[in-house]
Structures are given as C-alpha cells and as structure tokens.
Design a protein around this ligand. Sequence first.
Ligand SMILES: [Zn+2]
Length: 262
Amino acid sequence: MNPTPQLHNEMHELPIRPRGLLWQTDFITPSHEQHLLHIFRHELTWPDRPGRISLHYGYTFDYKTFNIDPDIPYRPFPDWLVPLLPARESRPPDQVCLQYYPPGAGIPPHVDAHGPYDQLYALSLGAPVMMQFRRGEERVEVDCEPRSLMCMSGEARLLWTHGIKKRKTDLVAGGAEDGEGGTGEGQRVRVRGERWSITYRWLREGGECECGDVELCDTAQRRLGVEKEKRSVVALREAAEEEEKRRREEKGGGRGGEGGES
Ligand SMILES: [Zn+2]
C-alpha cells in the first residue's frame, strides 16, 4: 500500500469506511514477534478456562463506578511490553490488556466505552483474523494481520462496533483459485490459528464523551437515561457485562495469573 519503506513504518488511515482506522503494518519484526509468543506461551500464567482469556496491566477500570478500580492496584508494565507501547500519544497508555484467542474464538460486536476511554490501539500477533466493523446494516471486514498495529479513531472508534466472529475459518480476498482453500471466486478459506492481541487504552479526561450517539455512547445514553430501554444497545451491554463478569472472576476467583506474571 505504501511504496516507500519510510512511509511503511508510519500509521496511515485505511481508505475505507469506517473512517478513522489508522494502520501500521510490521510494527515489530517477525523475530521480535516469535520472542513475544514464546513469553506468552511459556512465561505467563493465564486464567485457567477455555475461550478468550486476558491479562491486564496498568490501571483497572471499574464499570460500576466508572472510574479506576481502587481495589485493584496498578500493575506495572512488564519489560516485554515496554517496547510495544505506541509512541504517538503524549503519555503511555493507562491500561493494557493482553488477550489470547484460541482458534475459533471471537469477541461479540462492541464499542469500547466512550466515557471512560479515549484513544484505543490494538496490536495483533500470531495468526491473522478477520475483524468485522458494523454500523447499521453496513459490514466491513478488516484483516488483522500479525504484527500490525491499529488505532481506532474518529468514526471507527465511536460510531462503529467491532468484533470477531466465533468460527474456525475466515474467507479472505485473493487468489488460490486452484490451490487449497480456493473458492474459485477470488477468495480463499483461511484456517484460524492461535492469536494474541494487545489492546492499549487511555482514560478520557473528564470521563464524558460528546459524540452524542445515543446508540453507542454511554455518556449520551446516561444523559438521556435510555440505557435499559434501547434495544440496539443490547449487544453492547452484553459485551460489557461479559467483561465485567470476567473481571469479577479474575478479581475474586483465585485468578492464577493475577499476581504472577508481571
Ligand atoms: Zn460518545
């Protein structure tokens, strides 16, 4: 996409809807990635349960009070994480989440809470996966290639949900008509593998979002008092509840990894 190596290493906006999706391929080298995967597989202690699992660093947000959870101490960024922090912001992120997606795992469509969080970045590692952005009837698939860093800003951050379908394969563009997995229609089936993502969040100053989108904005919903009634936010709420449940389990449930891995 970018012809010169220099541009290749900077974030650029993808020429798609949603607008505001900034992208950088090869944020790290393949050997750096392999080094990280070794740490993730062998040196970290993960929660013991199937499906998508996560480890948290930095501050933990409390969805009940909409503030930093005072019961969970700040967890310093481990050495391996420090070189992976996006450098485009004026300060390091407030919260970093490392997630492991076993093959076939997904995450329901959601928008990260508007009020508490501002900037949002994600680094993909391991196997590629298709992420789906949605707004109304629109669906846009974005290929999360390993080692690519994305920044969701503007519409992509606030007005579109994003999620990963729970499935064992993805249909991806490009060739292989005659080869294995080819569909003969310029697409091919790609088998999912193990994927890790690192999500970086910055807390929003003041904790209030002014986008005004009643469907997706927690601030706008709170101001209108319509959270409970709005059918269109069911998916969002379920995702938040699922996350809170996970956090509660991790907080109280003898979470194997909590104290150990940093
Ligand atoms: Zn908003």
